[in-house]
Design a binder for this molecule. Structure first.
Ligand SMILES: Nc1nc2c(c(=O)[nH]1)N[C@H]1C(S)=C(S)[C@@H](COP(=O)(O)OP(=O)(O)OC[C@H]3O[C@@H](n4cnc5c(=O)[nH]c(N)nc54)[C@H](O)[C@@H]3O)O[C@H]1N2
Ligand SMILES: Nc1nc2c(c(=O)[nH]1)N[C@H]1C(S)=C(S)[C@@H](COP(=O)(O)OP(=O)(O)OC[C@H]3O[C@@H](n4cnc5c(=O)[nH]c(N)nc54)[C@H](O)[C@@H]3O)O[C@H]1N2
Ligand code: SF4
Ligand SMILES: [Mo]
Length: 817
């Protein structure tokens, strides 16, 4: 019986027995192996769909999973009677590193459960209850599109285009049509045909690091992970590709394959013992969230005092390391070396003893780590985006970059800049979104404020760009393939309050596949097709040095009254006027656009297969002709001919631009912007007095169970990867909590109920919850979330420089229910 079930489950998910064994070691291995093997039998049997008898219209269709997980995977969808009944993945190439397969993880392999899910939206609807209540009635497409167009016209007339906002959303990435990016979607094109809309800058993913790194390097590039084949040592700060880059062509696979070849040691610095470590690491160094910059400072102290720094590199390529290269205008002893040695303003030497108290890492370990980093040539030092999704994340991101800078590891093979990896990609010709006449931008995280206090928001206080202040609040929201309206934005209870007021934001349009928590706040809710139901081409996302294109075909015809985003936006364009419709479509259908755009790609890149050939083969792969991407290689080879994009053209350890910002922006007492990458503690950090009431730090992480909230409603994935709060046995013991107990996690913003995972895989004093679980609360009642959605607990207070989401910086308390 057991064996039988296993085979069926494997066949269903398209994993052969041979590749299961391999998969256990390779990409997505943990999820594939553990979930396939541990599913309870009764549960699995009930989840099996009856396979219809073979029919004349049986076909296998190339398609893709292109959710925003940092990978993109090929799918071969087997259909019968106009229904996908079996999912396989890429089977092309030789299945060896370098000609490997773009294999889907278990999420993508379960895509038919999302496509065929009984809860999928089927018809256009309008809200009849209060926002958030989830009460809707079915309406016709005509009524839905008329209502949207009428309200858009009215709001643009009354308030101007700046009152219209295309919300950040990342449900589907990569495609030309199936692309939710607020700066590049069909909704953007539609709005740009109609006078534009308020813009945003930054992302929920990388707000802090994207704002900070350019002050150091002029950009935010890292070496390709495949370049680890040339390194001696890998140091990962809060980087967990085993969960965040899970494709068979993704970063986790490159990391392991490259390390196998270079035999590089790997050190993982993370409050959690991650799946990326999971026995493959040489050392795990647990650290308190938000304190990486203190660790780096102490490592720098050892490197400097033990003469392990690359002085020639610092003199040639950098400004602000010591007196010699300190820019004019900087204060005496304003350089990095003085800061580290205790000769700067704070008169504190950043010794391992000093850092031990802050980071929780014993001083001997810090000294040993510094010597190891100083001695390994070259070293690949990188960070994920966890450390920067903290309230002091801008400082942390730049601080981590100091290690490769001090040791001269920048711009060489086997080294790195300290940023996250970059990737080789085959450039695709995008659906043009036209120009946005509105130039005003808000930080992506600040949209809730822009609704209820828009006119108070200024450049110096709230990071408004393009104008000194906002002139109108947000009145109309487009939310296409996104759940950051509620589930993925911080402090859900506060968002709820803001969206409740229908006089403030007057119209919310949600285009979705499911009744998500965001969809419940829609005024008009439209049912979209999925990527697997339409034609589109996507390039790889993070894929090391092997780029690829996937050409997907519709696996089934549209069911119920679902429509493609192209048809939806075209329908609205029509209602805005014949000139708008003409401008929007340029007379082309979706298929004609695709051929037209691919024609442009072919003209630029003649190595590509023809349109028909690509369509037939489904996937096309190409190795990076330069071997591996090396960040700032040109600069390293010839800094005069290839200056960086910083004001001085050099690596700016001391940034004059940041000094100016620090002097002019309106900051609160506990907010730090500094010209140097110093350690700064922060609100709701390890040493906030608030710890007397909420003693535990809580950091989120991106979980293999889901891609954010997408796939969060798939039963087999929920069973394989339960939603739980990680807590150390020491903290559990004092609270009388056992593994598997149902607990309440709370702070002043809200409360969730969740299972406890009592584990030494997390540092004492710190807890962790996988982000993206579906919020489930009675918003008219106690507001307690039974879904385990961490954003019930996170704050809407932004980080100082980026005004970004500090969603990993939280203080909480836990009690047994
Ligand atoms: N399966 C899956 N994959 C995904 C996603 C998903 O939702 N699910 N989301 C995708 C998207 S859009 C993004 S932006 C990326 C996100 O990628 P990341 O931002 O890199 O992912 P996180 O899990 O948030 O953080 C990485 C690690 O940082 C640790 N960490 C948190 N705070 C700190 C700190 O202060 N210091 C240190 N040293 N470590 C810290 C966390 O414990 C975690 O293990 O992942 C992508 N991939
Ligand atoms: N606390 C906390 N919050 C976080 C994060 C964190 O680390 N901690 N991470 C942040 C990050 S990095 C990101 S990128 C955001 C991501 O947040 P989102 O961009 O909201 O990502 P998803 O949750 O995947 O939501 C996408 C929505 O798109 C829908 N969708 C999927 N496919 C399709 C489709 O084909 N058509 C349509 N119309 N809809 C579709 C899904 O049903 C889902 O509701 O979350 C952020 N929120
Ligand atoms: S969720 Fe990501 S890694 Fe998994 S199949 Fe989809 S694109 Fe690939
Ligand atoms: Mo993200």
């Amino acid at each position: 019986m057991k064996e039988n079930f296993l085979l069926t489950a494997l066949a269903e998910s398209g994993i052969s027995r041979r590749s299961l064994v391999k998969g256990g070691m390779a990409a997505g291995g943990l999820l594939i192996a553990s979930s396939a093997l541990q599913l309870p039998f009764t549960f699995a049997r009930s989840a099996m769909a009856p396979t219809p008898a073979a029919g004349a219209d049986d076909k296998t269709v190339w398609s893709m999973c292109s959710v925003n997980c940092g990978s993109r995977c090929a799918l071969r969808l087997h259909t019968r009677d106009n229904e996908v009944y079996w999912v396989e993945t890429d089977n092309t190439g030789q299945d060896i590193y370098g000609d490997h397969q773009v294999r889907a993880c278990l999420r993508g392999r379960s895509i038919r459960r999302r496509m065929n899910h009984p809860d999928r939206l089927k018809y256009p609807m309008k809200r009849v209850g209060k926002r958030g209540e989830g009460k809707f009635v079915r309406i016709s497409w005509d009524e839905a599109l008329d209502t949207i167009a009428d309200n858009l016209k009215r709001i643009v007339k009354d308030y101007g285009n700046e009152a219209v906002y295309i919300h950040y959303s990342s449900g589907i990435t990569g495609g030309n049509f199936t692309r939710s990016s607020p700066s590049g979607s069909l909704v953007t094109r539609l709005m740009n045909c109609y006078g534009g809309s308020l813009q945003q800058y930054g992302t929920y993913s990388t707000a802090q690091i994207s704002a900070a790194m350019p002050y150091t390097y002029g950009s935010n590039d890292g070496n390709s992970t495949s370049d680890i084949v040339n390194t001696k040592l890998v140091v990962m700060f809060g980087n967990n590709p085993a969960e965040t880059r899970m494709s068979g062509a993704g970063i986790t696979y490159h990391l392991e394959q490259a390390r196998e070849r270079s035999n590089a040691r790997m050190i993982v610095i993370d409050p959690r013992y991650t799946d990326t470590a999971a026995g493959r690491e040489d050392q795990w160094i647990p650290i308190r969230p938000g304190t990486d910059a203190a660790l780096v400072s102490a490592l720098a102290w050892v490197l400097i005092t033990e003469n392990l720094v690359d002085q020639a590199f610092l003199d040639t390529y950098c400004v602000g390391y010591d007196e010699k290269t300190l820019p004019a205008g900087a204060p005496a002893n304003g350089h990095y070396k003085a800061y580290i040695l205790g000769q700067g303003d704070d008169k504190t030497a950043k010794t391992p003893f000093w850092a031990e108290k802050i980071t929780g890492i014993p001083r001997d370990q810090i000294i040993k780590l510094a010597r190891e980093i100083g001695g390994a040539k070259p070293a690949y030092i990188c960070q994920g985006w966890g450390p920067q999704r903290q309230a002091n994340g801008e400082q942390t991101a730049r601080a981590i970059a100091m290690l490769p800078i001090l040791t001269g590891n920048v711009g060489i093979n086997g080294g790195n800049s300290g940023a996250r990896e970059s990737t080789y990609t085959i450039t695709i010709e995008r659906m043009p979104v036209l120009k946005n006449p509105v130039k005003t931008q808000i930080p992506v995280f600040m949209w809730t404020d822009a609704i209820y206090r828009g006119k108070e928001m200024t450049a110096l206080k709230d990071g408004v760009k393009g104008k000194a202040k906002l002139d109108v609040p947000i009145k109309f929201i487009w939310n296409y393939a996104g759940n950051t309206l509620v589930n993925q934005h911080s402090d859900i209870n506060r968002t709820h309050k803001i969206l409740q007021n229908e006089q403030d934001c007057e119209m919310i349009v949600v285009i979705e596949n499911f009744m998500t928590s965001s969809a419940k706040y829609a005024d008009i809710l439209l049912p979209d097709l999925m990527t697997t139901e339409q034609e589109d081409i996507v390039p790889n996302d993070y894929a090391g040095n092997m780029g690829y294109l996937i050409f997907g075909q519709p696996s089934t015809t549209p069911k119920f009254e679902r429509r493609s985003i192209y048809e939806i936006t075209k329908g609205i364009a029509q209602r805005l006027g014949p000139d708008i419709e003409q401008k929007f479509t340029e007379g082309r259908s979706q298929s004609e656009w695709l051929q037209f755009l691919y024609g442009k790609m072919l003209a630029e890149d003649p190595l590509l297969p023809s349109y028909d050939q690509l369509k037939a083969q489904g996937i096309y792969k190409r190795r990076d002709p330069d071997g591996h991407f090396v960040a700032y290689r040109d600069f390293r080879q010839d800094p005069q001919a290839h200056p960086l994009k910083t004001p001085t053209g050099k690596i700016e350890i001391y940034s004059t631009a940041l000094a100016a910002i620090a002097a002019t922006w309106e900051l609160k007492a506990d907010e730090v912007i500094s010209p140097l990458p110093v350690y700064a503690s922060t609100f709701e950090g390890w040493n906030d007095p608030l710890r007397s009431r909420f003693p535990l730090q809580l950091a989120g992480f991106h979980y293999k169970a889901r891609t954010h909230s997408t796939y969060g409603n798939i039963d087999v994935l929920q069973a394989a990867c339960p939603q739980e709060v990680w807590i150390n046995p020491l903290d559990a013991q004092t609270r009388n909590i056992n593994n598997g107990d149902w607990v309440r996690v709370f702070n002043d913003r809200g409360e969730i109920r969740i299972f406890a995972k009592v584990t030494p895989r997390i540092l004492p004093g710190v807890t962790a919850i996988g982000q993206g679980a579906w919020h489930q609360a009675d918003m008219a009642g106690d507001k307690i979330d039974h879904g385990g959605c961490i954003n019930t607990l996170t704050t809407q207070r932004p980080s100082p420089l980026a005004k970004g989401n500090p969603q990993h910086t939280n203080l909480i308390e836990i009690e047994k229910v």
